[in-house]
Design a protein around this ligand. Structure first.
Ligand SMILES: [Fe+2]
Length: 282
């Protein structure tokens, strides 16, 4: 089993390819989006594709850990180029329903997750080559959020960040600090040497990029939730902290794309795609 990471400095996002030399999965790829010019590109996903092509991997699945609020997902790129089936957590409809209202999308906008090829429930597994990936429902940051275990590695999405940065915010629609606490306890129940891979790194204090840690390191050193932190203390801390945070820069552009499994809205009559920015609702 091999894990290859790809870092997007513009959004601090880490994407992963997990493979056995023959078949692989891609976790949390992105579509680049420049909010100043409104220009999109597949430059980041092309970097992953170059790696996939160099090894000649097949890609049965491309996975989003959750509906991201800080970047547009790259699921469509891997669907179209490699025939990968797009996968996300079965409860994504709850996120779609919340954001259908926020964007005032038509009543027939599906909120059953049908834009994705595969909706996965807790404990379900998908095989690829000689490996398999198991879905772990880890709500808190979003209600549908899943972490993904392959062998001794867990891809955390936005549950935990590196120990020196802490944990994900829980103030988006359907988020819950108590649920995130419980999800993190699930992660902490894995063997101490379980490898953990984060979805973002913001390089606090200017330290070099880091994205891989272990259960033991998190339990000992996570600055927001170590092995002694009580649920009550964590929830109080998280809710207080979240109340001070600005909205992520790309939440409004991103979510309307991500709840469509990464497809852009239908173009206008002149062929241009427009995003909707609701004022004064977040
Ligand atoms: Fe997120």
């Amino acid at each position: 089993m091999h894990v290859e990471s790809f870092f997007d400095p513009a959004t601090g996002t880490l994407s992963y390819v997990v493979h056995d030399g023959r078949a692989g999965i891609v976790i949390d790829p992105l579509r680049d989006y420049d909010p100043k010019s409104g220009r999109t590109s597949w430059a980041s996903s092309e970097q992953i594709a170059a790696y996939v092509d160099r090894l000649g991997l097949t890609l049965p699945y491309v996975i989003d850990t959750h509906a991201h609020a800080d970047h547009m997902t790259g699921l469509p790129f891997f669907r179209e180029r490699y025939g990968a089936r797009s996968v996300t957590g079965a409860r994504v409809g709850e996120v779609q329903r919340a954001f259908r209202a926020i964007y005032d999308l038509p009543a027939d906008f599906p909120v059953d997750g049908s834009q994705f090829d595969v909706l996965i429930d807790e404990g379900k597994r998908l095989g690829f080559g000689s490996l398999e990936v198991e879905a772990l429902h880890t709500p808190g940051h979003t209600p549908a959020h899943m972490s993904w275990r392959v062998g001794d590695a867990v891809f955390l999405g936005d549950t935990l960040f590196m120990p020196d940065y802490g944990t994900a915010r829980c103030d988006f629609p359907g988020g819950s600090a108590g649920e995130l606490y419980d999800s993190i306890q699930r992660i902490y129940a894995f063997p101490d040497d379980t490898r953990l891979f984060v979805c973002h790194d913001y390089q606090p204090g200017g330290r070099p990029l880091a994205y891989q840690t272990t259960v033991l390191e998190q339990k000992r050193h996570n600055v927001q939730i170590d092995q002694h932190t009580t649920r009550e203390a964590y929830v109080a801390f998280r809710e207080q902290r979240d109340a001070t945070l600005d909205a992520p820069a790309l939440i409004l552009p991103s979510l309307q794309v991500n709840i469509r499994a990464g497809d852009l809205p239908e173009p206008s009559a002149n062929g241009t795609v427009f995003l909707k920015i609701p004022l004064d609702v977040l």
